[in-house]
Ligand binder design. Structure first.
Ligand code: PMP
Length: 443
């Protein structure tokens, strides 16, 4: 599945995979019942959205960096900590059993979000970054050697680049980069040329965190497989906006983060095909990941526990599970529909502003907008907007090679989520007009 609207096709998967009888807080009154999108009711579930910043109502447009958390997630984490906390898996006492059940229940709801029927294919990590590092270390060290190729793209987040550079340093493998067109899409002819080198792996982002480009991951995976390569998809910017259909995409690894999809920070997941996880060596050693330990050597626990050494971020995982359930209850169609409305409106409004250069494609994109405005430095823009309560991000967005590709050092980036309102687009545009005034016009 590559298109946001196609997320709707996976609804049945989610509904049928959804764990029943979990101890989630009720989803009643979430604002999206029966196809109705009651933005006010949805926003009311995010306490932070009603605060003021610098005397103005907050317009939070930094969702690609981290999204906000609804009461349901905050309450679930608090309930876990107040009533159920103990270490997981090892205890026989009641609290440990409850904590373990909460932790494994979260694995089931995250698995349902990813589109797998097998929760054991979900490895909890610290986030997308650690998920990619896990694959690069475990699979990479075991199966990649000197002269082997890894194909990446020029639009990868540093998280899906630096771990492969480290692997290249360790093994002598070669990294190749698919070019990005001036319009902000992947050059698939260049991709085909790189596939002629018969790489071991293609690792590519599902959605660009700078350009908003929605990459044709199904196509990319098919071509990579035909060339004999495994595939890793960085889903950090896709999983928050659509149900992931790992089976439909057909990839081998898929990485995503909780904190960009209404969950807590410091937790995320790697989905991988069970056979791959089974043949990969452990990533880190310690407690929880072993079957037996002797002074002479050790054996490993079954997947996914083999990859979860030490005491995990239990409350974070519980919150992550609740966030996945929250998104499922809102409904992927409803989320996509509201985000599409915001995206079209923002594209039109930003497109009308003279001197504003918007990066990324017009079609096949999400509501992430990187732009420069005249010669105002993106950091200055961000500061001026902040004075009006508008939170955007400025910088290289962990995409330095992409910035180099466009010959710039930074952009301003406004990124929307399902709880944003059309009024916040107005606020952004008014704020930009004010910035132009402050700078005496746009060069
Ligand atoms: N990949 C992409 C495309 C991202 O946008 C991000 C976060 N900005 C990451 C990876 C890294 O995610 P995390 O920091 O949650 O590990």
């Amino acid at each position: 599945m590559t298109e946001m609207t196609e997320a709707t096709r996976a609804t049945g998967v989610l509904a049928s995979n959804r764990p029943s009888g979990g101890d989630a807080d009720t989803g009643a009154g979430d604002g999206a019942e029966a196809g109705r999108w009651d933005l006010e009711a949805i926003r009311a579930q995010f306490p932070i959205l009603s605060r003021e910043v610098n005397g103005h109502p907050l317009a939070y447009l930094d969702n690609a960096a981290s999204s906000q958390q609804p009461l349901r997630v905050l309450n679930r984490v608090e309930r876990y900590l107040r009533e159920q906390h103990a270490n997981v898996h090892r205890g026989v006492h009641q609290l440990s059993a409850e904590a373990t059940e909460a932790y494994e229940d979260a694995r089931r709801s995250v698995a349902a979000h990813a589109g797998t029927a097998d929760p054991a294919e979900i490895v909890f990590t610290r986030g997308t970054t650690e998920a990619v590092n896990l694959v690069a270390s475990s699979w990479g060290d075991a199966f990649v050697g000197a002269g082997d190729g890894i194909v990446l793209t020029k639009m990868e987040h540093h998280s899906n680049l630096v771990p492969w550079q480290l692997l290249a340093d360790r093994t002598g493998c070669d990294l190749h980069f698919v070019d990005v067109t001036p319009g902000g899409t992947l050059d698939l002819d260049d991709f085909d040329r790189l596939l002629e080198k018969r790489p071991r792996l293609v690792a590519c982002t599902h959605v660009s965190n700078s350009l908003g480009t929605l990459n044709p991951v199904r196509e990319i995976v098919d071509r990579a497989h035909a060339a004999g390569a495994l595939t890793l998809i960085d889903g950090a910017q896709a999983a928050p906006h659509m149900l992931t259909d790992v089976a439909g995409i057909g990839c081998d690894f898929y990485a995503f983060s909780s904190h960009k999809m209404c969950g807590p920070t410091g937790v995320g997941a790697l989905w991988a095909r069970r056979e791959l996880l089974a043949e990969m060596p452990p990533y880190q050693g310690g407690g929880e990941m072993i079957s037996e330990v002797r002074l002479e050597g050790s054996s490993w626990a079954q997947v996914p526990h083999k990859f979860e050494a030490g005491t995990p971020n239990i409350s974070g995982v519980v919150g992550f599970g609740e966030a996945a359930r929250f998104l499922a209850d809102l409904g992927p169609e409803a989320i996509a529909s509201h985000e599409n409305t915001l995206k079209s409106a923002a594209l039109n409004r930003l497109g009308e502003i003279e001197g504003l250069h918007l990066y990324g494609p017009r079609e096949g994109r999400t509501a992430v907008f990187s732009f420069t405005y005249g010669d105002i430095h993106p950091h200055d823009l961000s500061t001026i907007l902040d004075q009006r309560g508008i939170a955007i991000r400025a910088g290289h967005h962990c995409n330095q090679p992409l910035m180099d590709h466009y010959g710039i050092s930074a952009t301003a980036r406004a990124s929307f989520y399902f709880y944003n309102s059309p009024e916040e687009i107005d606020a952004l545009c008014d704020g930009l007009a004010m910035a132009a005034e402050v700078f005496g016009g746009i060069a």
